[in-house]
Structure formats: structure tokens, C-alpha cells
Design a protein around this ligand. Structure first.
Ligand code: TYC
Length: 104
């Protein structure tokens, strides 16, 4: 047999048509406030968004100085769960921090 494999049965077919869309991603965003302690925000970001101390600190400072900051991009159901868990965590700890999602 020659070296060339002309069979096609293990090839991957990729499409970019309207029939096979990637799920839309949503931005999960934290909002600034004047009361939630910075160290609480950093720990919350590390826990819920799996960020390192350095990454979480940078995100917290973005929120503090810019008014809001991006924590991550997720499919809708994951984003909804993150928003719910972050807001619940903040409220249970007595802090007014707010988390929301936006379609990307
Ligand atoms: N602005 C808050 C402070 O000075 C810190 C803070 C950061 C609060 C991010 C909320 O989402 C937030 N203690």
C-alpha cells in the first residue's frame, strides 16, 4: 500500500454555520461599593472564580477604581449560578457587594 491515508472516516468536520453554534458567553461582573472590605472581596474572587491571590487582587482593584470589574466569562447557567452564590455569600456575611451578569 502507498503511504498516503485517503480514508476519511476519522476526520473531524468543523462548521461555522448557524446550525452548530457555541453557547453564548456571559460576563460576570462585580460592582464597587463603599463598605465591603477589600480583603473580603479578594477572598470571594479567589473562591468563586478560581483566581490566584495576585489575579483576585488585580480584579478587586479594577472594581474599586473603575466602579466595576470582569471576573469571568461563562455559559448562561454557570453565570447565573455564580451570580447567585456570590450575592448570597456577600449577604450572609453582612456586606452590600453586588454581582451581576451581562450578555457578552
Ligand atoms: N470599595 C471597597 C473599599 O474601599 C472595596 C470593594 C472592592 C468593594 C470591590 C466592592 O466589588 C467590590 N473597601
Amino acid at each position: 500500500m502507498s503511504g498516503q491515508d485517503t480514508s476519511n472516516d476519522t476526520d473531524t468536520i468543523s462548521r461555522s454555520s448557524s446550525k452548530t453554534r457555541e453557547p453564548s458567553l456571559y460576563k460576570v461582573i462585580l460592582l464597587n461599593d463603599d463598605f465591603t472590605p477589600m480583603d473580603f472581596v479578594v477572598e470571594l474572587i479567589m473562591k468563586h472564580f478560581r483566581k490566584s491571590l495576585q489575579e483576585a487582587t488585580q480584579i478587586m482593584l479594577n472594581v474599586h477604581y473603575q466602579g466595576q470589574g470582569l471576573c469571568g466569562l461563562y455559559p448562561r447557567d454557570i453565570a447565573e449560578t455564580k451570580v447567585f452564590e456570590v450575592n448570597s455569600h456577600a449577604r450572609q456575611s453582612g456586606h452590600p457587594l453586588k454581582c451581576l451578569m451581562e450578555q457578552n
